[in-house]
Design a protein around this ligand. Structure first.
Ligand SMILES: Nc1ncnc2c1ncn2[C@@H]1O[C@H](COP(=O)(O)OP(=O)(O)OP(=O)(O)O)[C@@H](O)[C@H]1O
Ligand SMILES: [Mg+2]
Length: 267
């Protein structure tokens, strides 16, 4: 009962793909920004020792004292790690390279895959959306994220071999759903770095559409130099270049994802 009540309010969504550099972080930080712009309360949890989401939001990792690592290890309460990103309604639980240690230090700990879920359970009702930016692996950190989440968003790069590894990811999600977290579903597959001028990009989208006819998002995120520049200024694309096609695409994707999740809750 408690679980259902929670689902009705907070959406906890993991951005996962064990492939590196496919747009997980870019999609998580920018969708978070779009949700916050729409008046929703957002917490982004950086679950990656690379800390790219933290840096992308303009927060210097050097200055961090309490991070996702401390929370997962049970050494700090979530509130001690959470901070404002300086944007209205948009908070961050930052990460640093310490988080890599959690993978090893938790190996022998009981219920080690539930550490993040249990910590977020204490605070998540304060948010409408909790977004979990996963590292490029299917290891313990991603497992923690998928146990804490009610949905997964899978960013896929529009390139040759994009689908490689997708069966493994789908298999992992299915196993987690069947054995650990029955509320987990795939919210959508987001095609990133789309270049409509190439046949290859169009073919990849068609192939993914055949594989995931219901799940593929209609909005394609274009390949955009502006999008790759924005994080180095600690800015969202909506701040760095609001008129760009990439900014418009993320705004439209936010609307689509909100629609998808509302429909799912209503069903
Ligand atoms: N649509 C895009 N067009 C151009 N560059 C992009 C786009 N999306 C992301 N990038 C750039 O590609 C790189 C990888 O993106 P990002 O960090 O979001 O991927 P990731 O899946 O989170 O990577 P990792 O697996 O290392 O965590 C970054 O330099 C980012 O700025
Ligand atoms: Mg990343």
């Amino acid at each position: 009962m408690k679980q259902e009540a929670r689902d009705a309010h907070t959406r906890v969504v993991a951005f996962a793909n064990q492939k590196g550099g496919v747009g997980k972080t870019t999609t998580a930080v920018n969708l978070g920004g779009e949700f916050a712009l729409r008046g929703l309360r957002v917490l982004l949890v950086d679950c990656d020792p690379q800390g790219n989401a933290t840096t992308s939001l303009g927060i210097t990792k050097r200055d961090l004292t309490t991070t996702t690592y401390d929370v997962i290890m049970g050494m700090a309460e979530p509130d001690q790690a959470i901070r404002s990103t300086g944007r209205n309604g948009y908070d961050l639980m930052p990460a640093s390279e310490h988080l890599a240690g959690a993978m090893i230090e938790l190996t022998a700990v009981e219920r080690r895959e539930w550490r993040l879920a249990e910590a977020l359970g204490k605070i998540e009702t304060r948010y409408d959306w909790v977004l979990l930016d996963c590292p490029p692996s299917l290891g313990l950190l991603t497992l923690n994220a998928l146990c804490a989440a009610s949905g997964v968003l899978i960013p896929l790069q529009c390139e040759f071999l994009a689908l490689e590894g997708l069966a493994q990811l789908k298999g992992t999600i299915d196993r987690i759903h069947d054995h650990l977290n029955a509320r987990l579903t795939i919210v959508g597959v987001v095609m990133t770095m789309y270049d409509g001028r190439t046949n290859l990009a169009q073919q990849v989208v068609e192939e993914v559409r055949r594989y995931f006819p219901q799940r593929i998002c209609n909005i394609l995120i274009p390949r955009s130099v502006r999008l790759s520049e924005a994080p180095s200024y600690g800015q969202l694309i909506a701040e760095y270049d609001p008129q760009s096609r990439a900014a418009q695409a993320y705004a439209a994707l936010a609307e689509e994802v909100l629609g998808r999740v509302e429909r799912r809750v209503a069903a």
